[in-house]
Design a protein around this ligand. Structure first.
Ligand SMILES: [Zn+2]
Length: 145
C-alpha cells in the first residue's frame, strides 16, 4: 500500500494524481517503488519454487516413504517377539523385512525386523510346543479317577 506523500491518503499504485489533494504522484512513486516494493517481491517469488523443488521432494521421497517397510517390519517383529502379537506379528515382521531388504533406502531396519521376526517366531513356536506338550503330559499322567 502506498500513501500520498503530501496528505497521507491511501493510493493505488496505478493512480497518477492523488484524489484528495491533487498531488502529482507519478514523479515520486517511480523513484520510490522499484527499490522498496518490486525488487524484493520478484527475488522472493523466484527463489521459492527452486527451494521447493530442490529440497522438499528428495527429502520426502528418501527419508519417509522408502524405509516404511523396515520400520513397520521392526515394529511388528518386536510386537511378535514380546508376545503382544505372537507369531502373526513375527510373520508380518519377516514378510515386510524381506520386502524392505530390497526396496528400502536403508535396509538395516528391514534386516533387523526380519531377524527379530525369525527369533520371535522360533521362541513362540517353541513356547507353544512346550506348552502343549506340558498339557498333553498332564492329561496323560493324570489319574483317571
Ligand atoms: Zn494527497
Amino acid at each position: 500500500m502506498n500513501f500520498c506523500p503530501q496528505c497521507g491518503t491511501k493510493i493505488v499504485a496505478s493512480w497518477n494524481v492523488c484524489p484528495n489533494c491533487g498531488h502529482n504522484l507519478k514523479s515520486e512513486l517511480v523513484n520510490q517503488q522499484p527499490t522498496y516494493d518490486r525488487i524484493p517481491k520478484e527475488t522472493y517469488s523466484q527463489q521459492k519454487p527452486q527451494y521447493q523443488v530442490r529440497q522438499y521432494q528428495p527429502y520426502n521421497y528418501r527419508q519417509r516413504s522408502n524405509n516404511t517397510n523396515g520400520i513397520v517390519a521392526l515394529i511388528f517383529g518386536l510386537l511378535g517377539l514380546f508376545g503382544v502379537i505372537p507369531v502373526i506379528g513375527s510373520i508380518i515382521g519377516i514378510v515386510l523385512g524381506a520386502v524392505g531388504k530390497n526396496k528400502d533406502d536403508d535396509p538395516r531396519m528391514a534386516k533387523a525386523g526380519l531377524i527379530i521376526g525369525i527369533i520371535g517366531i522360533v521362541i513362540w513356536i517353541a513356547l507353544y510346543i512346550w506348552l502343549f506338550s506340558m498339557i498333553f503330559m498332564m492329561f496323560r499322567y493324570m489319574p483317571m479317577d
